[in-house]
Design a protein around this ligand. Sequence first.
Ligand code: FRU
Length: 491
Amino acid sequence: MKMTREQRYRLIEQAEEGEIEKLEALISACSWRQSYHIQPITGLLNDPNGFSFYQGHYHLFYQWFPLGTEHGMKYWYHVRSTDLVNWEMMGIGIPPGDPFDSHGAYSGSGIVKNGKLHLLYTGNTRDEAWVRHPYQCLAIMDESGSVVKAEQPVISSVPPGYTEHFRDPKVWQDGDIYYCVIGAQRTDETGCTVLYRSSDLTAWEFLGEIQTHLSHFGYMWECPDYIEMDGKGILLFSPQGIESDGDLYNNIFQSGYLIGEPLNLQTGEFQHGEFQELDRGFDFYAPQTMAAPDGRRILVGWLGLPEVEYPTDASGWAHCLTIPRQLSLRDGKLIQQPVAEMAKLRQQAQGSCYQTTLENSSETIAAFDGIAYELECEISHFNAERFGIEFRTGAEEKTVLKYDRLQQKLILDRSLSGAPMKGVNGTVRQCKLNGDVIKLQLFVDTSSVEIFVNDGEEVFTSRIFPSPESGGIRFFASGGKAEFKATKWDY
Ligand code: FRU
């Protein structure tokens, strides 16, 4: 049953007696709880926030509505890790409910200054007429983990020319100066990103818009992020309102990036190429990156989307975060690879191996059964028209990853994956792929799959909701042959 607005905009303290215990009981009976992904203890998780490294730990927060699976009063929930793989739950990071975040502590980012973790976020407020007034706020976390909010917002008004859809500050440092990008909507209802500068993280000067070639590209750009790599400038953002176009933009909202010359921090000028989607799957949104102490650029995304109903809603929780991915640039494209630390989750040093050539046949590998594992598979010497892997298979269920050689497309088909989602366009996602060898790396968890193709050239990120009994794997080739070499590690 849908919550009323009043129910959605409650703080945890306003939960009814027994309400949280009821959610917990539902959740503990849910067979789709993840085993190695970050997921909410109760309620709804969305964007990753404040991803940073501070005092020997990676810190990560996420948007959290504790009391239900709809988008309501958002908190920042805090987790931390020394290795990006084993996460400790630290409780609430930023609670909403103060005058400048009365209707939610919305997305933002973190940066270390003077030995403290500074968290810049959007305070969402609504007036009596339910009109939104966003503030960009600061909260400071010290070594003990205690978080204190600044009394006043650091950016208290929306500059002329933009609507109240003005949020998600992402901060970085360049020399002695701090910059931040904010997702915005122009008054003509087109999306863009604006740029601010500060010398102390408190007084911010509006520099104007990042001038891209995309003057009419959706109605709002959420969660922007600006990074530089190999002398290039990269603007990541999640535009809303992009029409689907063949294999592209088939989810309700997209996430992608522009690569170009480094952004001109004085003028906001940005010379860049085409918008490219980050992910080819069904469930990926609002990613955020951080610079690790060893120089790696690491990305985490929300493994979910707004406005889609997921089968776990009935069990009192929704969504999880993706595994952390290391970014690099190859041939004008952002490459995502699982961080090397993921190998720590492997239960065996040597995984189980399988090697065969299939010709108009399929083979089930009993040793590869499971619901949480990593699978590496290289497919070569193929002339089959179609070949691939069926995983999480059961009596009636399967998730299919197949290559269609005639179309030169890699296809993820979840039409028989299990419980359906509501509000999703179609049951197939696909992209062009060519080459003589196809390398697949699958991270399967109880209710998700992340597929890295050809060392991160493409990624398909998706939820799937099979029954716990559907743990089989089958390799197949039809209309010819294909050679498979696979290794599987249990997680
Ligand atoms: C993106 C988003 C952000 C906002 C947050 C609220 O998913 O809509 O723009 O800050 O979620 O939870």
